[in-house]
Design a protein around this ligand. Structure first.
Ligand code: G4P
Length: 527
């Protein structure tokens, strides 16, 4: 197949949600439609179960399983779809944020009973940073949820995006009748004990069609009013606005009942973007360029202490990846090749010979990669937009076995290269501060240092509210600030200056009193 066609048929996206909104269920339905799995329940093992929150080994075991489902590839309507999985557990949110840098669009699942939740807002914030096109799926319509108009208002307000309903629910909960597709004017009827199928779409000429009264009875009146209101309030759907990340089309349904899912998938394949341009340090990279480029956005370690190998997940941005061919590792300035690049699917993995822009492949790694690394065919460039986020919990790493200092140093370097947590250094590197988004990571680090590097440590909590990166055009001013606040200054692993604020109030004061200094909450803006 010609190269341009290969690119055009790729769709690379992620399904994201606050835990429990229905991400896993929806993922599973998509895979069933794509023929990638045959039975329901196949991706359930990927979910980190709620009961396991205090048992991180169990979680790691489950994460181990989830490597296999990190990227799910399936074909649907002649398209080659890469669905990138994101961990549901909030302590692994940074993994999710990074995965979002590797997709071209997103489906956001919202629970109609709970509306916009904490994690929904955070995830959407990450999408907004890159203007990633977003489709919203309002799930669990078989339950008594919030009024759909109120939900749309909540979505717009809390997620800071305009919305445009493309389907509309006819009642909900125990009287849920189905959805009316505003996009192609068809009616989908819901019956709780029957799985939805293609034949369930009833083409009607519009809301005035008498068939509507026949099928949904008294609920037709409400639907007509609602549709009238929608047409008056919301602009017609504009795909360009969606692609620019300005408008999110909204669908309603019930993932567990497979209801509204096919419509969602069909519309997704119609409107979601193929791989697009990617900004790099020196220029914009176009997917159709002949030369290969790609970047690492996720590293997954093998927990088996006997095999310290890791899998680096690489998103291809341009050109063709070929097995066994030498590529240039830009940061290390050396050429590397991969004899067994893998593609993952549900529970299995296969070795691939070639891959195209939009594809994500797993590369076996013995410690050469860190998050954000770029591979090219020799060109010296690095992809932008793979930031580190300001962590939320901070602890000092204390070595409890001085005989194993070297092992500890090596271990913490490697673990933080993987993106497990962030490392900040003070006193010329003698004081090590670990920043994470979740408590669980500290347990993971302690366990892995001991089992993989034979190093023991403990963590001392610090009362740091936030870490932010500092830059200033006037180096003298920055030096003055660093002297003035020396106990709250550190460097990250790349030598960038970081300030630890102990409260929001203090941070606000510092920003106000030091107008020449820029405070960044993403590392990406620093370099
Ligand atoms: P997540 O990946 O976003 O965390 O959510 P997941 O799909 O696991 O769904 C969370 C719970 O919500 C599951 O129930 C799931 O069955 C249920 N669910 C998903 N879609 C719908 C829907 O359309 N309607 C209703 N009523 N429930 C839905 P659970 O009891 O936590 O898990 P399980 O025992 O069913 O696996």
């Amino acid at each position: 197949m010609p190269f341009a066609k290969e690119i055009k048929k790729r769709r690379t996206f992620a399904i994201i949600s606050h835990p429990d909104a229905g991400k896993t269920t929806l993922t599973e339905k998509f895979l069933l439609f794509g023929g990638a799995i045959q039975t329901a329940g196949a991706v359930k093992s990927n979910k980190i179960k709620k009961t396991a929150t205090s048992d991180f080994m169990e979680i790691e075991k489950q994460r181990g399983i989830s490597v296999a489902t990190s990227v799910m590839n399936f074909e649907y309507k002649d398209l080659n779809i890469n669905l990138l999985d994101t961990p549901g557990h909030k302590d692994f949110a940074e993994d999710t944020y990074r995965t979002l840098t590797a997709v071209d669009s997103v489906i956001l699942v919202v629970d109609c009973v709970k509306g916009v939740e904490e994690q929904t807002e955070k995830l959407m914030g990450v999408c907004r940073m890159r203007n990633t096109p977003v489709i919203i799926f309002v799930n669990k319509l078989d339950r008594e949820g919030k009024n759909p108009f109120d939900l749309l208002d909540e979505l717009e307000e809390k997620l800071n995006i305009k919305v445009r309903p493309l389907s509309w629910p006819i009642s909900m909960g125990s009287t849920f009748k189905g959805v009316y597709n505003l996009y192609n004017k068809s009616l989908y009827l819901f019956s709780p004990n029957k799985k939805a199928s293609d034949e369930d779409a009833l083409p009607i000429s519009g809301t005035e069609d008498p068939m509507l009264d026949e099928k949904v009875g008294k609920y037709a009146v409400q639907l007509r009013e609602d549709v009238h209101l929608i047409d008056g309030v919301y602009d017609a759907f504009d795909r360009d606005q969606y692609l620019a990340g300005n408008v999110a089309p909204v669908f309603f349904g019930s993932a567990i009942n497979n209801f509204g899912v096919r419509e969602l998938l069909d519309t997704f394949t119609e409107i979601a973007p193929p791989p697009g341009d990617r900004p790099a340090t020196t220029r914009i990279v176009h997917p159709s360029e002949k030369n290969f480029t790609g970047f690492v956005f996720k590293i997954h370690a093998n927990l088996d202490p006997k095999h310290r190998d890791r899998i680096a997940f690489l998103r291809i941005c341009s050109g063709k990846f070929e097995r066994g061919k030498f590529f240039h590792h830009v940061r290390l300035d050396k050429d590397v090749r991969f004899n067994s690049p893998a593609q993952f699917m549900a529970q299995s993995k296969s070795i691939i010979d070639e891959a195209y822009p939009g594809d994500v492949i797993g590369l076996y790694d013995t410690g050469n990669f860190k998050i954000g690394d770029t591979l090219t065919e020799g060109e010296d460039l690095a992809f932008k937009g793979i930031p580190r986020f300001s962590p939320e919990i901070f602890k000092e790493l204390v070595n409890t076995d001085p005989m194993k200092t070297k092992q500890l140093d090596k271990g913490i370097m490697q673990l933080t290269d993987e993106g497990v947590a962030q490392l900040f250094l003070q006193n010329g590197g003698n004081r090590k501060i670990i920043g994470t988004v979740g408590e669980l990571q500290f347990e993971v680090i302690q366990y892995r240092l001991l089992h993989e590097y034979s190093a023991s440590c403990k963590f001392v909590p610090l009362s740091v509210y936030k870490a932010c990166w500092l830059t200033c055009k006037d180096q003298e001013k920055l030096n003055d600030f660093m002297r003035f606040k020396s106990s709250q200054i550190a460097t990250d692993k790349d030598g960038n200056v970081v300030y630890f604020a102990d409260s929001q109030w203090m941070l606000d004061q510092m920003i106000k009193n030091n107008p020449e200094i820029e405070f960044h909450f993403l590392s990406d803006n620093v370099t």
